[in-house]
Design a protein around this ligand. Sequence first.
Ligand SMILES: N[C@@H](CCC(=O)N[C@@H](CS)C(=O)NCC(=O)O)C(=O)O
Length: 263
Amino acid sequence: MADSTHRARLTPLTLHTFATAPNPAKIAIALELLQIPYQIKIWEFGADPDRGVKSAKFAPLSENGRVPVLEDPNTGVTAWESGAVMSYLRRLYDKEDRILGLAGKTSDAVVSEQDRVDFEKWELLLLTTVGPMSGQLVFFTHYHPTQIPDAIERYAQQVYRCYDLLEGQLAKSKGRSIIPGGVTAVDLHWIVWTSQPHFLGLSLDRYPLMQKWISNIVSMKEVQNAFKKIQEAAIAAGTANMDADGNIKGADQSLLRAVREGN
Ligand SMILES: N[C@@H](CCC(=O)N[C@@H](CS)C(=O)NCC(=O)O)C(=O)O
């Protein structure tokens, strides 16, 4: 059976996410690109017994108390940490490495060891540095009870440093994809952290290639579908706690408290 037919016939996977959260969104985009059926379960920050990621109800899904979590009833696997979830999807459902990986996208006839290292370099730079630094920047900008300018400046500098690197890398493809040759999982990891700079208090004015790349990626129908499905699920669950621009609704003090108290 062709891979795509096989994937379309899978029992739907369940993606656990918040109404707005970057790490789960990249998994939704990957599922869309792979054309794998999935449903979305919306959770919230904090320990609410029914909806919180720090609740006893969530703990069997992830002892880390964070989203994304992906449950795959076809294999019995439950995965968390977006890097591990992405690698799981690639291993299981993109065996030829054509959709999320490098096959057919490099200038070499055969994917070389340098190609593989380049892929992992950019994937891990996001997972180990850009994601966590951006996350801290969001925390100190929006959730910390007092403003600490030094902290905000430090994390902003670290994120900008990585944007400098990304701008240089994007020059190799004229802003089309991070790994020259086509969109891969690497772009999905990065796009969810870079496409809302204003929410991080950052400007992309100095980064024309990033701007071009972001606009290309976010206009992909799979990306639009992923965000739409999450948004619809959040509205259905009554937990759409940010406005369309990604701003936290002013009155949502319980959300602010839950984030501050999280660990
Ligand atoms: N390194 C993890 C980060 C997971 C993470 O921090 N997720 C956020 C949402 S994007 C979360 O669940 N936060 C809940 C909390 O901090 O209590 C990954 O890539 O999956």
